[in-house]
Design a protein around this ligand. Structure first.
Ligand SMILES: [Zn+2]
Length: 424
């Protein structure tokens, strides 16, 4: 579809190849600018139509960010950022938009400028836009860090109070998150106001400075963090329930299909087996096996249904384990709600087929006019959900694949992992 535009003549001179790389980079930036214009226009068009139709102002434009995300194969959270970026550029920052269009800024650098100016009012934002990007030659040679620092220092000069206010507001965004790290470790990240962050770190370091038992400083700090956060001394084992999903083949037959710890992600088969045998051998721990279903195409749970509007626990657990993450394509956020694809009010059934795991944001978006979700089962027996947006575009998501071994049966293992002090 872009043949002429994107062909590369592999026989070119080296200098022509470099020129081609530069040209393609400009093309990417120009495409980002055009995407921003299209996104802002979509939002304006939708709001105008909804306003004419009498939709209350607060509900206008709901779901537009998710539509942009689907079109860009990105998560709804990023869709929101893309839309905010587009509206800022198109409505308030013409020089930054022009620099992006000419390829003097990449999409990321333009994003940094928009972000650093977000705390300013429109007038100051326009002033920042003109000062930083009005003379495009000034952007030559500036890397990401310098672009962000320049935007920040201009914003600080224009409205110091706004920057202070933003810092105060940022405190409301404090949170703790977890994501997988290599080698079956996990990064537990706390986003804290700077004073609290520094004092937590100092407390852990103080512990490390006064402990001499053969553990490294890092190990002492990590162990101390775990002890204090779980509220128990690490010497006394603290059972923590962890849901681990593995196939029977992996559990009993030495299979290699990875296990999956809910809220964390996949772990290698051998590690999953090690966790379970450790939990079984440890008298402080308890491992219980629960068979979720046999023969996914005909198992009893699959046929399970409820007349209630809310999904009963067993059914909810089944859908949560099946979907693992929000079912909106590219979303990947943790499941917070179980939705009826066909709404309960319209006769949608409370069963496995009609139930779809959803994050908070996507659950809210699907309520907007023009959104529809329909479910089905594909040739291989996997659950599919088709999302239709207000413009009539279709996007499909398929429940995560299961290994052939799981076709025989699937087990849920609840293990109490004992937190014990590392050998001194
Ligand atoms: Zn979602």
């Amino acid at each position: 579809m872009f043949e002429g535009l994107l062909t590369v003549d592999l026989q070119s001179e080296e200098s022509d190849l470099v020129a081609r790389i530069a040209e393609l980079e400009r093309l990417k930036a120009a495409a980002a600018a055009a995407q921003a214009r299209a996104a802002a226009a979509l939002d304006a068009s939708r709001r105008a139509a909804e306003s004419a139709a009498g939709v209350p102002r607060a509900r206008q434009g709901r779901g537009v960010a998710s539509e942009i995300a689907l079109a860009r194969r990105d998560s709804p959270a990023r869709g929101g950022r893309h839309l905010g970026f587009a509206k800022a550029l198109v409505n308030e920052m013409p020089h930054t938009l022009a620099a992006l269009e000419r390829g003097q800024l990449s999409e990321w650098r333009a994003t940094l400028i928009v972000r650093e100016s977000a705390c300013l009012d429109v007038e100051d934002r326009r002033a920042l836009d003109a000062e930083l990007c009005g003379d495009p030659a000034g952007l030559d040679g500036m890397g990401d860090a310098r672009v962000a620092a320049s935007a920040k220092s201009i914003a600080y000069r224009l409205d110091p109070q706004a920057v202070v206010d933003r810092a105060a507001k940022a405190e409301t965004e404090r949170t703790v998150t977890i994501r997988p790290a290599p080698d079956t470790m996990a990064y537990l990240t706390a986003l804290l106001p700077v004073a609290q962050g520094v004092s937590v770190y100092a407390a852990l370091r103080r512990e490390a400075d006064t402990t001499f038992d053969g553990r490294s400083r890092g190990q002492v700090m990590a162990d101390t963090l775990v002890e204090r956060a779980t509220g128990r001394s690490a010497v006394v084992p603290t059972p923590i329930a962890v849901n681990l999903v593995i196939s029977d083949e992996t559990l009993l037959g030495g299979g290699t299909e990875p296990g999956d710890i809910c809220g964390y992600g996949p772990i290698p088969a051998a590690v999953a087996r090690g966790l379970i045998s450790g939990a079984v051998a440890d008298t402080h721990s308890r491992a219980t096996l629960r068979r979720i279903y046999t023969q996914p195409s005909s198992g009893a749970l699959v046929a399970m249904e409820s007349r209630a509007r809310l999904f009963p626990r067993g059914l909810a657990a089944f859908i949560g384990l099946r979907d693992q993450r929000c079912r909106t394509p590219y979303c990947d956020a943790p499941i917070r709600h179980l939705d009826h694809a066909e709404p309960h009010a319209h006769g949608g059934r409370t069963d496995v087929a009609n139930g779809v795991g959803s994050c908070e944001r996507c659950n809210y978006v699907k309520e907007a006019a023009g959104w529809k979700v329909s479910t089905n089962t594909d040739e291989t027996g996997r659950h599919t959900a088709e999302f239709t947006t207000p413009t009539g575009k279709h996007y499909r998501s398929v429940a995560p694949p299961r290994a052939p071994a799981v076709a025989i049966s699937e087990l849920e293992v609840r293990i109490g992992i004992a937190l014990t002090r590392h050998a001194a």
